[in-house]
Design a protein around this ligand. Structure first.
Ligand SMILES: N[C@@H]1[C@@H](O)[C@H](O)[C@@H](COP(=O)(O)O)O[C@@H]1O
Length: 330
């Protein structure tokens, strides 16, 4: 299987990190693959002393043409099957500027691989199923790439804590699956006829809210949605809240949790329909205290993917259904 290669692929990338000065990381991808990168950007924003990080949508990356993109840049790209043309073009563009390019995909051969200096193959399983290799799932690989970078460049020791914690993530997923099996089915029954469902989170969890809104609810279920940042909620979006407007609120364990708690208090006061996925209710035994805030979104996402599958069954709308994607020219 391609993913057994991940460790040796990472080893080669870490050697390349050592060979050059890296000042800026660009995370570049589209849609769900872009959302994957938010937790790693959050990590770099919080912990890096000298290296900055940005997330770009692939095509905009080229059009915006950042002048800080050069041989001191690390560009991390992702495309599940390595075939999204905008992302392949972005890799080519980054290479033309002298950046170090690293691309993630779950297939071995793809156009994106041909345009990248290095690739990493991750383990991927469809929504709602037990992840067989959590230590090399896409989010884990992205953390290895970003935490490994700070380990090498700044001596940040979170990388070591990440590795030991990832070994225990499978056990956490199993417990969380049992804990939520019935609950997600109940939520699916309760919310299956909703025409709109908002999602909300902050910090390392925001990417999960974003991908659930655009990939699961809009793309795969054709339910209107929008991902709202818990801090931004009070600066416009809260005016839409009423007793019949459903929200999915994600609550993590990072430094921004107070923002999510403030949003919860407001949802409880003025709303009635809400699903709260709170990492404080998870048994995170085996996850190091110092990386809990970073790994909580992965566990939240696991529950969200269970919810996605339950919702698709309750609505009789398979997650694979598409009208336009890969079917018409765009
Ligand atoms: N939900 C995602 C979309 O957001 C994405 O556009 C598409 C292609 O993505 P990728 O570039 O990862 O292959 O895959 C999935 O359907």
């Amino acid at each position: 299987m391609p993913y057994t290669k991940a460790d040796s692929q990472l080893h080669q990338i870490f050697e390349a990190y050592k060979q050059r000065t890296i000042k800026r990381v660009f995370f570049v991808a589209c849609g769900g693959s872009s959302a994957l990168m938010y937790p790693s950007k959050y990590f770099l924003d919080c912990e890096s002393k000298h290296i900055t990080a940005e997330v770009f949508s692939s095509n905009e990356f080229i059009h915006r043409n950042p002048q800080s993109l050069n041989e001191h840049s690390l560009v991390i790209l992702c495309s599940h099957k390595g075939k999204t043309p905008e992302t392949t073009e972005a890799a080519k563009f980054a290479k033309s500027k002298g950046a170090l390019t690293v691309s993630l995909m779950y297939v071995e051969h793809a156009p994106l691989a041909d345009e990248s200096d290095f690739i990493v193959n991750y383990s991927w399983i469809s929504a709602g199923h037990m992840e067989p290799h959590p230590e090399i799932m896409n989010y884990a690989i992205l953390y290895k790439l970003s935490m490994g970078l700070l380990y090498i460049k700044e001596g940040n020791r979170k990388y070591e804590k990440l590795l030991s914690s990832l070994d225990n993530l499978g056990g956490v997923f199993e417990k969380v699956m049992k804990q939520h099996e019935e609950q997600v089915k109940a939520y699916a029954e309760q919310y299956k006829d909703e025409k709109i469902i908002y999602t909300m989170a902050s910090g390392a969890n925001y990417g999960m809210a974003y991908s659930f809104a655009i990939c699961i609810l809009m793309e795969m279920q054709w339910i209107h949605s929008h991902a709202i940042h818990a801090g931004e909620f009070f600066h416009g979006p809260f005016e839409i809240l009423d007793k019949d407007v459903p929200f999915i609120l994600l609550m993590g364990l990072d430094e921004t949790r107070p923002l999510e708690e403030r949003a919860l208090a407001f949802l409880e006061q003025y709303g009635e329909k809400r699903i709260v996925i709170d990492a404080k209710t998870f048994d995170l035994t085996g996850i190091d205290e110092e990386v809990k805030g970073y790994l909580a979104p992965l566990v939240i996402n696991f529950v969200l993917r269970m919810l996605a599958l339950a919702l698709s069954k309750a609505r009789n709308h398979p997650l694979e259904t598409r009208r336009y994607m890969f079917k018409v020219p765009y």
